[in-house]
Design a protein around this ligand. Structure first.
Ligand code: NAP
Length: 244
């Protein structure tokens, strides 16, 4: 496969950073997006040390204007974006009865609307080139539900619907759109979980461990590769078997 330009959102740590490393290792030019440019630059410096072309772009996925401006900057620099990994995501947990409107809105805006606006910005270029790969990072809880996360679960289930709708819209242009649904992965997002809860999750996981960011990046690397050219609208579970 030739070198493609891949934009990864939420690229400064965790799953996003692992995707950057995996796609760069696969020979792609990587563009790192998130709110904190400083943290992105630290990741980019590691990448540049080993060679690949890397660009950092400040982007707040909760603000559509920021997405439009960020992607325009990438297109100006690299010509086009051929691979989009919608990975940036946040949680603001709480029981539904007490959930504040701002917490509902913030999670939906960042995780779901942000992904949609990013897709909207990259699609015209992909359609012109008749080649594109989009991977949306959903979650196992978007498939099975989870108490205390109505906003997050709705956003992740929404991403699965979005994946399928866009997959059908752009298939004729040779653009594939898939989702990866991680189980419980060791990252900053889950370090705050109580040890007792982590133990319970591990016990309920047939493969008896939490996942790593690399487990998810491996799935993303496959879905954007030429080997996955006949796969679209799919939700790939990478969850150790906790939900089948
Ligand atoms: P993480 O360690 O918390 O990292 C989140 C990344 O998203 C950071 O780079 C962060 O950078 C960026 N981000 C947050 N809000 C943003 C915004 N408004 N605009 C742009 N970037 C933003 O998360 P993770 O655990 O790696 O998770 C990555 C994705 O996988 C998320 O979508 C998450 O929902 C999903 N997931 C995770 C797990 C898990 O167990 N960890 C399980 C299932 C699904 P800045 O703060 O600098 O913006």
């Amino acid at each position: 496969m030739g070198q493609r330009t891949a934009l990864i959102t939420g690229a400064s740590r965790g799953i996003g950073k692992a995707c950057v490393e995996a796609l760069a290792a696969a020979g792609h030019r990587v563009v790192l997006a998130a709110r904190s440019v400083e943290k992105l630059e630290a990741v980019a410096a590691e990448m540049r040390a080993s060679g690949p072309d890397t660009l950092v772009v400040e982007m707040d996925l909760s603000v559509s204007e920021s997405i439009v401006n960020g992607i325009a900057k990438v297109v100006k620099e690299f010509g086009r974006i051929e691979i989009l990994v919608n990975n940036a995501g946040i949680t603001k947990d709480g029981l539904a009865v007490r959930m504040r409107e701002e917490d509902w809105e913030a999670v939906l805006r960042t995780n779901l609307s942000g992904s949609f606006y990013a897709i909207q910005q990259v699609l015209p270029g992909m359609m012109r080139e008749r080649w594109g790969r989009i991977v949306n990072i959903s979650s196992v809880v978007g498939e099975m539900g989870n108490p205390g996360q109505a906003n997050y679960v709705a956003s992740k289930a929404g991403l699965i619907g979005l994946t399928k709708a866009i997959a059908k819209e752009v298939a004729s242009r040779n653009i594939t759109v898939n989702a990866v649904a991680p189980g419980f992965i060791e990252t900053d997002m889950t370090t705050g979980l109580k040890d007792e809860l982590k133990q319970r999750i591990i016990e309920e996981t047939p493969l008896k461990r939490m996942g790593t960011s690399q487990d998810i990046a491996n799935a993303v690397k496959f879905l954007v590769s030429d080997d996955a050219s006949f796969i679209t609208g799919h939700v790939l579970d990478v969850n150790g078997g906790i939900y089948m």
